[in-house]
Design a protein around this ligand. Structure first.
Ligand code: SAM
Length: 257
């Protein structure tokens, strides 16, 4: 809640009818705490929980009724096919399994979310793509040694997935912070990716993303859904490290709304 507070307060200050979405909500614990702290005392604003399992949705719905949390809404749906309001202001996804985190990020980007906060879970798709594409990546020298073993492929695949997620958010105009959610003793899936939309797009990040896809030979669901294609030629000038906290680039466009 401490890590989410700046995003919640920002959307509440700017949008009286703020729409907050919890994707892959499970028992909706995150939503209940958030409602108690930030929405109960506010005159408006809704929290939409999206969960694939109907038993969890029903149970959470009953709990919300008992608590009188009338602006908590529930939908039993897959994150990628759920019915979203036209505009989302804050999207959260806490341990949404595998590519469900990608689905949540796609929804956030398509519905213009001002803020996103995701803590990815296990991820298998990119590890499988690395295995398949090994001959392509082998051309980049020793890089393929980083994931020659299945165990390393899983870890590297998971890391690469989250790097791509952060860079994709940047490419779509978000200022990104990657940090630790909690102590390792509580969860091994502990990476929190926070995004705040500050531009309409960031062309430099988009180029870096396209090159990363080309150089690694992977293309996860997130970039496929958003139509991001690997660069045709990865052999261009070296890239400098991204500056997530200060994305200054003449090619970026400031969002005016
Ligand atoms: C590990 S639990 C986390 C639940 C909750 N966010 C939390 O942190 O307590 C992941 C939840 O996401 C749901 N889920 C996974 N993939 C989904 C999808 N594509 N669409 C909707 N829900 C999904 C699962 O049913 C499960 O309840």
């Amino acid at each position: 809640m401490g890590l989410l507070r700046p995003a919640v307060e920002d959307v509440q200050a700017r949008h009286p009818n703020a729409v907050m979405v919890d994707a892959g909500s499970g028992n909706a614990y995150l939503g209940f705490v958030l409602y108690e702290l930030f929405l109960k005392g506010a005159a408006s604003g809704t929290l939409l929980s999206i969960e694939g399992r109907p038993d969890l949705t029903e149970r959470a719905q009953g709990r919300a009724q008992r608590l009188g949390f009338t602006r908590m809404q529930f939908q039993t749906a897959h994150i990628d096919t759920a019915q979203y309001p036209e505009r989302i202001h804050l999207l959260m996804a806490l341990h949404a399994c595998d590519t469900a985190t990608d689905d949540a990020l796609v929804a956030a980007i398509r519905h213009g979310a001002d803020h996103v906060a995701v803590v990815p879970c296990c991820q298998a798709e990119v590890a499988a793509q690395l295995k398949e594409k090994r001959p392509v990546v082998a051309s980049s020298g020793s890089m393929s040694l980083l994931y020659a073993h299945a165990w390393h492929r899983r870890e590297f695949g998971s890391h690469l997935t989250n790097v791509i997620r952060a860079l994709t958010l940047e490419a779509f105009g978000y200022q990104v912070t990657v940090t630790e959610l909690t102590g390792w003793e509580h969860s091994l899936k502990n990476e929190l990716i926070l995004g705040r939309r500050v531009h309409r797009e960031n062309r430099r990040a988009r180029m870096q993303l396209e090159r990363l896809l080309a150089e690694t030979g992977v293309n996860p669901k997130l970039t496929r859904e958003l139509g991001v294609k690997p660069a045709v030629s990865a052999a261009v000038e070296p890239v400098s490290a991204p500056e997530p906290d200060a994305p200054e680039d003449a090619s970026e466009h400031v969002v005016t709304r």
